[in-house]
Design a protein around this ligand. Structure first.
Ligand code: HEC
Length: 118
């Protein structure tokens, strides 16, 4: 959750849910993500109503797909951001190369930056 006190709340504030398919869950447990792993971040705005935070509109959906051959140039992962609720419209920025550059810079044991809470 990115709080209303964050200076970029207007553009990134709210909830992020992370979803992983079966292959990616193996990766979260072992930190070696198999081919076919898919991880999705669902970004939702946050509204406050009578001191309760609620989910608002969808900002975007970020997707990472592990396919070492297809995405060899970006570390074996495909990166893509879908605009709002669209399943086809891609965000102009950041580009897949920019996504990769940040994940590559922050990485410790692979391009997946989050970890699984036991
Ligand atoms: C400025 C740095 C930065 C950029 C640019 C960036 N990410 Fe991330 N991304 C992160 C960080 C940090 C996390 C981990 C967040 C957490 O632990 O909750 C993350 C998490 C993710 C995850 C969940 C899996 C993981 O690695 O933890 C996906 C999927 C994802 N990003 C996709 C993308 C896509 C697609 C783009 C480009 C459209 C992108 N990211 C651009 C920093 C970045």
């Amino acid at each position: 959750v990115i709080s209303p006190t964050h200076k970029f709340f207007a553009s990134i504030g709210g909830f992020q849910h992370i979803y992983a398919n079966r292959e990616a869950m193996v990766g979260y447990r072992t930190r070696a993500f198999p081919e076919g792993s898919i991880v999705v971040v669902d970004w939702l705005e946050m509204r406050e109503k009578e001191s309760v935070f609620e989910e608002g509109a969808r900002r975007q959906v970020d997707v990472m797909v592990k396919d070492s051959r297809r995405f060899a140039k970006t570390g074996g992962w495909g990166f893509q951001r879908f605009v709002k609720d669209s399943q086809t419209e891609l965000a102009a920025t950041p580009t897949p190369e920019e996504c990769f550059a940040c994940h590559e810079k922050l990485k410790k044991d692979g391009l997946i930056l989050s970890s699984y809470r036991q």
